[in-house]
Design a protein around this ligand. Structure first.
Ligand code: ATP
Length: 275
């Protein structure tokens, strides 16, 4: 993907009106070890409301681990996380979802035999108040809730332009579309913060352009804060507000794309790898 193409995509979304807000998540001196492996060492950075915050770095730098710390899958041995100014207690992934954090995965994690529609519907699970018991006792209420969830899901389907495949089993779709369905499922949860782990990996140029446009549109139209891990530097530098750079589990750069691009430590880290 050429950087100019992405810049055109970015400007076409009219993202200029977006205002970056307060710090939502403040990560302070985070260290995470797996036995003897230091995945993250003393990392501090923050994430502001409405921004596109990218995490980059060579393979094994600690990017996915960082995302797993943010959504409560991994618990760092050291450090503190402030969520809207309050120290966050040890939390589980479902608690992250309740705080408005949704994510997509490096390897697509969808139900391949289920239709696009049903997969996206699973993104609404946490919002559903009515269980089977409620369905039996309060049929009308449960039905109204179901209609409301379907409506939201249809809105997401329209937004991501996947109407024509809504009844198709996910396993039959090309890779790029499966990634889009995964984004749809995350969006169905109406997140305030969306964690995207390599959403463009393995995509061709056209698929990348589409995904890039959708990420910018989500951020622009819903104000969703985006935390992005992506290896395509053209994409990262074009769409991010701020970029944090990890290398061997340590932070070596943090700032707006232009600053990060010219950081000698970042240049050295990348020249030493295949990226
Ligand atoms: N569950 C785990 N158990 C043991 N070690 C792990 C685990 N998860 C990550 N690691 C190690 O932590 C380090 C950071 O891995 P991580 O996957 O976070 O890097 P990454 O930057 O996301 O890499 P990539 O770009 O290849 O996905 C690596 O040395 C990895 O082997």
């Amino acid at each position: 993907m050429m950087m100019n193409d992405m810049a055109n995509v970015a400007s076409s979304t009219g993202g200029g009106g977006r205002r970056i807000g307060e710090v939502i998540l403040d990560l302070k001196n985070i260290s995470l070890r797996f036995g003897g492996v230091k995945a993250l060492t003393d990392i501090s950075f923050d994430i502001r409301e409405h921004e596109i915050r990218s995490i980059i770095g060579p393979n094994g730098a600690g990017k996915s681990s960082m995302l797993n710390v943010i959504n409560g899958v991994y618990h760092p041995q050291e450090g503190q996380i402030l969520f809207r100014g309050e120290p966050r207690q040890k939390m589980e992934p479902h608690m992250a979802a309740a705080q408005g954090i949704a994510r997509t995965f490096q390897n697509i994690a969808l139900f391949k035999g289920m239709t696009v529609l049903d997969n996206i519907m699973t993104g609404r699970n946490l919002k559903m108040k009515c269980n089977l018991f409620h369905h039996a006792l309060f049929f009308g209420k449960a039905q109204r809730e179901e209609i409301e969830h379907r409506k939201k899901v249809e809105e997401v389907i329209d937004f991501l332009e996947i109407q024509s495949i809504r009844k198709t089993p996910v396993g039959r779709l090309p890779y790029g579309l499966q990634k889009r369905v995964e984004l749809a499922r995350a969006l169905a949860a109406e997140p305030t913060m969306l964690l995207l782990d390599e959403p463009m990996a393995g995509m061709n140029v056209e698929e990348k352009q589409d995904m890039c446009r959708f990420i910018l549109d989500v951020n622009d139209q819903f104000g969703t804060t985006i935390v992005l891990i992506e290896h395509d530097m053209g994409v990262v530098m074009d769409i991010s507000d701020r970029v944090v750079v990890l290398d061997y589990g340590k932070k070596i750069g943090d700032g707006p794309p232009d600053e990060v691009k010219n950081n000698p430590d970042v240049i050295a880290a990348y020249l030493g790898t295949s990226h």
